[in-house]
Design a protein around this ligand. Structure first.
Ligand code: ZN
Length: 274
């Protein structure tokens, strides 16, 4: 069964990527420019599979088009590069609102006593089935690749985290031995972020990550791709572990956003992260 699925995916990955989609990505997803050409090609293959398998729905009056689908898919698939991936298993639908949406929730006031809450959300990852995004915030998050805020990377990092059934800040790691280092480093950096947030100190990581380990992983993922140089200098061990997990080294390319294309190509010729 898996063989059939993999063969189908392989076939889709090798289809021609529409040139107008490349234009959309180049316009809406500046992170794409940081990727070396082989990674851009790999990303295009992942986007084709993603768009073939995931259902998109426009909500709140939003009329879906290829620009919306491709912009979201491109960012979601950056998290899949170089890794063995099952393309966000269990995620069937991506619901897209025009702007921030109101999400209903419940807070337990006392044992068995609940009150309904309504909060404005930019994105939300349900453990099963669906993920909700605001198109305005998808565009805002994608456009500035230096601020560490990207709602698509954030919500899809939650999906990776919950692939093993638990949203606890530890996604499925390729080697058992990595869990010990992961728990130690993410644990200590999470507690430091909590401490610094309480003390009112400035932090490279968004202080929203101090809420719990799952938010910490989502925030650290945003920071890893958007502020990799700062993350590497302030949290070297955290950066190293994210680099091992994502099998990417964005700090290598982030500091050269304005480099000549030929130097970028020379750097890209170096072997990928193991
Ligand atoms: Zn979150």
């Amino acid at each position: 069964m898996l063989g059939v699925k993999n063969r189908r995916r392989e076939k889709i990955r090798n289809c021609t990527f529409p040139p107008e989609w490349v234009e959309t990505i180049e316009k809406n997803v500046p992170l794409y420019h940081r990727l070396p050409p082989p990674d851009q090609l790999e990303l295009q293959g992942h986007i084709l599979v993603f768009l073939d398998e995931k259902n998109f729905e426009g909500c709140g009056g939003l009329v879906l088009n290829d620009e919306i689908r491709v912009t979201i898919a491109a960012q979601a698939c950056i998290l899949l590069l170089h890794r063995k991936t099952d393309y966000y298993p269990g995620l069937y639908s991506i619901l897209v609102y025009p702007g921030a949406f109101i999400a209903k929730g419940y807070v337990e006031l006392a044992p068995g006593v609940y009150t309904e809450t309504r909060q404005v959300h930019l994105g939300e990852s349900w453990r099963h089935g669906a993920l909700i995004l605001s198109w305005d915030d998808v565009c805002a998050g994608a456009s500035d690749i230096h601020d560490g805020h990207n709602v698509v990377l954030h919500e899809f990092a939650h999906r990776l985290d919950s692939e093993d059934g638990r949203a606890n800040g530890a996604p499925s790691l390729p080697h058992r031995s990595m869990y010990v280092a992961w728990a130690r480093i993410l644990g200590s950096d999470f507690h430091k972020l909590q401490h610094d947030a309480q003390a009112g100190l400035p932090t490279v990581l968004d202080q929203y990550g101090a809420a719990n380990p799952a938010e910490f992983f989502a925030v650290a993922t945003e920071c890893f791709f958007e502020k990799p140089v700062q993350l590497q200098s302030t949290h070297p061990e955290l950066y190293e572990n994210l680099k091992l997990y994502f099998r990417q080294d964005p700090a290598r390319f982030a500091s050269d956003d304005r480099l000549a294309p030929d130097r970028k190509r020379a750097q890209a010729a170096q072997p990928p992260v193991a």
